[in-house]
Every structure is written in C-alpha cells, then in structure tokens.
Design a protein around this ligand. Sequence first.
Ligand SMILES: O=P(O)(O)OC[C@H]1O[C@H](OP(=O)(O)OP(=O)(O)O)[C@H](O)[C@@H]1O
Ligand SMILES: O=c1cc[nH]c(=O)[nH]1
Length: 176
Amino acid sequence: MNRTLSAEEIAQAVETLADAIRTRTEGKPIALVGIRSRGDEVAERLCNLLADEDRELDLGILDISLYRDDFEHLHENPKLQESDIPFTVDGAHIILVDDVLFTGRTIRAALDALSDWGRPGRVELAALIDRGHREMPIQPDYVGLVLETNRLDHVYVSLENTDGKDFIEVVEPGSK
Ligand SMILES: O=P(O)(O)OC[C@H]1O[C@H](OP(=O)(O)OP(=O)(O)O)[C@H](O)[C@@H]1O
Ligand SMILES: O=c1cc[nH]c(=O)[nH]1
C-alpha cells in the first residue's frame, strides 16, 4: 500500500536533523551544502533552524549532474544548473544535505563534485529520508526519518519552494 507523509511529518524530520546537527557540532563552524534538487531546499530549512546560534554557518548548493555515474545514459541535454559555494571549502567542516538517500550514488557523485571546489577538513552527510538499499559504502551521519521500503518502491519528495507543496509519497511499483 502506498504511504504518504504530511507537511507536519516533514517539518518534524527537518527538526530532528537540526537537533542532531546542533548537538553533535556544538557551536563549531559548519557549512551546509544542499544537493540539487530538493537537498538545497532541505539545507535552507536547516540553515534557518540553526541560524540563531553564535557560530559561523555557511550555506552552499551543489549540482552533481556532470558527476553522475549514469551521466552518459541520461538524455542528450540534461538540465544543468550551477553550483553555488560562496565560502572557502579548504579545511571546512561540510555537511552534505539531500532529501533522499537510496543507493548512495548521488552522494558518491557529490563527493567528487565537491573536490573540484577544494579539500574540506571534514565531510558529513545529512539525509531527510533514508530509504535503505545502498549500493555504495555510504552511510548518513544525520537522518530525519528512516523509511522501510522495498527496492522497487519510489519515494517522491515534494517540497514547497521547489514543487509548491510539502508531502512525501512512497509508491509501490505498478500502483500509479
Ligand atoms: O542514493 P541515490 O540512489 O543516488 O538516490 C537519491 C537521490 O535521488 C533523488 O535525486 P534524483 O536523481 O531523482 O534527481 P533530482 O533530485 O534532481 O530529482 C534524490 O533527490 C537524491 O538526490
Ligand atoms: O525512491 C527514490 C529513489 C531515488 N531517489 C528518490 O528521490 N526516490
């Protein structure tokens, strides 16, 4: 059966992420880097929740399209958007942020993309949803919500600024 998560459940998951980051980084300087698309919106929400603290908090956006391991199989004119990292990556404590963590291939690509910007001191990973089924040795440091899914399910994330409305749907194959 398909499962839907509400805007309130998404807000709670973002709060969970922010609380864990706040606790574990203890006021030290950090930079949140959201992965397009939707990871950027999650990173922005986290930044708003963490912004009232007395510490350096940077925000950046990473487009990983050119670094995907299936890039050659994508359609001829993939939509490329710019990355925007307005701080010094060398030595920084960076927290990559994405909406869904599934196989881990996007994060592998993001680490590759990030290395073009410099050599961070530390990189961690925050995922709003961990739906399991990893194909790479990549695990999150911070998780908003763990969703039990079957390998062939699809987790659709819709966020207000990107898509107009907050909801998440876990869709079983053949049911839509
Ligand atoms: O762990 P993975 O198997 O890589 O899957 C997770 C990725 O899948 C989705 O992105 P998608 O590739 O659908 O692109 P989009 O965010 O631009 O829609 C999602 O936003 C994650 O970035
Ligand atoms: O279910 C999935 C798989 C990859 N990316 C998503 O956003 N959802």
